[in-house]
Design a protein around this ligand. Sequence first.
Ligand code: AMP
Length: 543
Amino acid sequence: MLGMMMHRPLMISDILTYAAEAHPTAEIVSVRTEGDLHRQTYPETLARVSQLAHALQGHGIRLGDRVATLAWNGYRHFELYYAISGIGAVCHTINPRLSAEQLIYIVNHAEDKLLFVDTTFVPILEAVKDHLPKDLIYVVMTDRDHMPENSLDALCYEELLTGQPESFDWPMLDENTASGLCYTSGTTGNPKGALYSHRSTVLHALLVTSVLGSTLPEGAGVLPVVPLFHVNAWGLPYTAPLLGLNMIMPGGALDGPSLYKLMDGEKVHSAWGVPTVWMGLLAEIKAQGRKPEGFADVVVGGSAAPRSMIEAFEKMDVSVGHAWGMTEMSPIGTHGNMPNWVKQLPFDQMIDKKAQQGRRVFGVELKIVDDHGNRQPHDGKAIGELYVRGNTIVSGYFNNAEASEKAIDAEGWFGTGDIASIDSNGFLSIQDRSKDLIKSGGEWISSIDLENAAMSHPAIANCAAIAMPHPKWDERPVLIAVPAGDDRPALEDMHDHMSEHFAKWQLPDDLIWVDELPLTATGKTSKLTLRQQFADYKLPDLR
Ligand code: AMP
């Protein structure tokens, strides 16, 4: 027998219409590329989102069309999130830190129809526009007075909105309709697209709200340093309106002093981002001799939060929530919102618990398996590859049958590529990554891509790119190479050779010559052995 309850589709547009009604005074505060601080409430935002939705339809955007953004965190980017998915199109957020090659790949792969760009990133597009679809329409996210000279024939964002009606009859779509697209970089070259739906996005917001609601009181200020171009800023553009939070958007000013000033001025309660950004903020707090006013909570994720960082925040009464997740998981899988028994532990033991990646969010199941796929116990000792399952996790990749096939195991679980243990209280500990990606400043660098590019140099016979620890960037790539002959090009020469395929920050920090690379039993380079060999190595800027 079935229950007799209404079935209403879960729609992203409902989040904003709810916020406009239930939290009419909460604000989105944005550091703008125009140089000032801009404020607007959720009702004002809904009116502008409606105008934008009309404008998108006026430009021929229909159900399922991809509309791209290349932008900082700000109210216009937030408006695009809601207007694009609200009309049934797909909001494709692009990471401006991608190499030109990757950017060209994903815009073409996604078949974007419109591309909205912040003034800052116009030159990036100008440099690659000949390789982007010819009929792509560009829109610069500013007003007429601030439109930059450009060769894109770009439209002006504010002019698109002018004169459009301030309300919109949001369609009730199938809740499985695609709403957002975010590409993740893989080990083997081309980025892969995680395609979110209305249902997965609304559920993610509700599930995260169920864990974090108690730490984020209505009317509090929350600051996403995590970008809207990387996994939907960990879902904050959806959770913040639900909870009636003020969203404080930092734009491009992400250095410690700028963040401090903004947080202090807006009395930010909770700030979210990767460990790297908090290093800068902690240095500024030290210089100022006090934390920003109102600062009480920080969510750290994207890579492991160092224990010393957690300790530094907790000592100034800023509670650390250590979260783990992936682009493919919308992204939050676990969160370090602590049960009472942990809060009562002695300080050092409490920090130890916070250095783990917390417990799973309801709706996300976790399993760890050995090399043969056998489940391992959750006893805190057994280590295995971490698999996840749930309504907020991808079932495959956008237009990529090969990658989709590999992503899901026979029981329907998604393989994360992370190596982890889980204890009997449900706490996750990420031990390592099974793949050898290098994570610098919260962004991935593919070691295989680096190796392929380096190997195309005639002086190099074989090479391996491995991650070396760095206090600011977490990790930086180093190239270990076997020469083909007597010629040993300098690091700068290798950069010149490789720069065509990579953004500057992705290039290796050092080049080390060796006679041979260690091999595994199956004849592959053993990076594990390499890491052991270079355990005492220090990067050039740390010597
Ligand atoms: P991305 O899809 O770029 O967000 O990267 C996801 C990957 O980042 C995960 O598979 C982990 O390897 C890593 N990661 C994310 N959060 C954490 C964390 N709290 N601790 C350790 N690694 C993390």
